[in-house]
Structure formats: C-alpha cells, structure tokens
Design a protein around this ligand. Structure first.
Ligand SMILES: [Zn+2]
Length: 196
C-alpha cells in the first residue's frame, strides 16, 4: 500500500482569511496585510513586527498491543469533538518531540509508554486557521491505568484490521491501515537527549 503524507480537509488553494490578530501583539497598532506571491502576512506599520504563521507541530502515538490499537473519543469541546483519533497533542516550545509524546499520552490516556520508532510524518490542512505537522510514533504500553484525560471522553482498544469508529482525521485512518498492512518498522528513536 502506497504511503500518504499530505492530507487536505478543505481546499487550501482557496482564499485565506486574515480576520484574527489584526493588532500588533508587540505595540498594539493595527496591522497591515502584506502580500508577496502566494503568501500574505500581517505586518505592523509602526514597529515593523511581522506575524509569521506556520503549521503547528504535534505528535501522535500508535499504541499497539496484540493486534489492537488504542483510540480516544474526542471530548465535545475540542476540535472535531465526538469523533475518534489517535492520542497525541501539540509540542510545547521548550519540549523535544519525544518528551511531548510521553507527556501527552500520560495526560490523555493515563498510560506510560515505550516509544519504538517514528513511522510517519504528515501535513494536515485541517482548516484555514489550523495546519499541523505531525510526527507519528509507534509505541507500546509499559504501565499506568487507562483513564481518559480532559480532551478525551473515552478510550478503547480497536483491532488494527478495522473496522474503526468515526475518525476525526483522515491521516489517522491511513496510518493505522498502513501499519496493519505493512508492519513497517520505522526509524528507531534516540532518547539520549530527551528531557522526560
Ligand atoms: Zn507593532
């Protein structure tokens, strides 16, 4: 099965709207919209602050156990609430991606994990306001008690072979399916410099 790494939940070639953060976070002046080529940026005419917008980096874990994968039903108040996804979250500014994964998985599932490898990296164009770049990690449970955190209503093990519940992200479906069909080993992770 062919790998897929870029996922579009909306047409990202369309017009972007810049209706948030119109005031400079540094001096409070009203920002101008500056366009060059396909990119538009908000720039402060007073202090020249430029608001660079980039995809948000995140991590998700494919936690596997005896042919099963752990999925969470997303809480109502989070993005795409009510649908299911692999557990994970955003990387904090001072965090390495491995420590972020350990923290997010503990917060969202109550489990401690061993991260085995990197099995994918995906770009998700989810909405005009939210583009993510997600590192996908293969992991196994080492301890803890399954307990959903604030962002999850429920946690459940599902067979890797399917069928899955209604999924929030196309990328998650592809990742699980691809892992099931190829049993890919991925790239080993190096924990030596991680801070957790
Ligand atoms: Zn300014």
């Amino acid at each position: 099965m062919k790998t897929k790494q870029i996922f579009e939940a909306y047409n990202r070639q369309g017009e972007r709207k810049f209706d948030t953060l119109r005031f400079c976070p540094r001096c409070g002046a009203r920002c101008d919209l500056i366009s060059s080529g396909r990119q538009s940026r908000l720039e402060c005419p007073r202090c020249r602050f430029i608001l660079y917008q980039n995809p948000s980096p995140g991590v998700v874990a494919l936690i596997v156990d005896d042919g099963m994968v752990l999925l969470g039903k997303r809480a109502k108040n989070v993005f795409l609430g009510g649908k299911w996804s692999l557990p994970g979250g955003f990387i904090e500014l001072d965090e390495d991606f491995l420590s972020a994964a350990h923290r997010e998985i503990l917060e969202e599932t109550g489990l401690s994990i061993r991260i085995i490898s990197v099995i994918g990296v995906v770009s998700n164009f989810l909405s005009p306001e939210l583009h993510t770049l997600v590192i996908v990690l293969l992991a196994e449970k080492t301890g803890g008690t399954l307990r959903p955190g604030d962002d999850m209503d429920r946690l459940e093990w599902f067979p890797l072979s399917g069928s899955y519940p209604p999924m929030a992200f196309e990328a998650d479906k592809h990742i699980i399916d691809r892992y099931h069909k190829t049993k890919m080993a991925g790239i080993p992770v190096d924990h030596r410099f991680a801070s957790f």
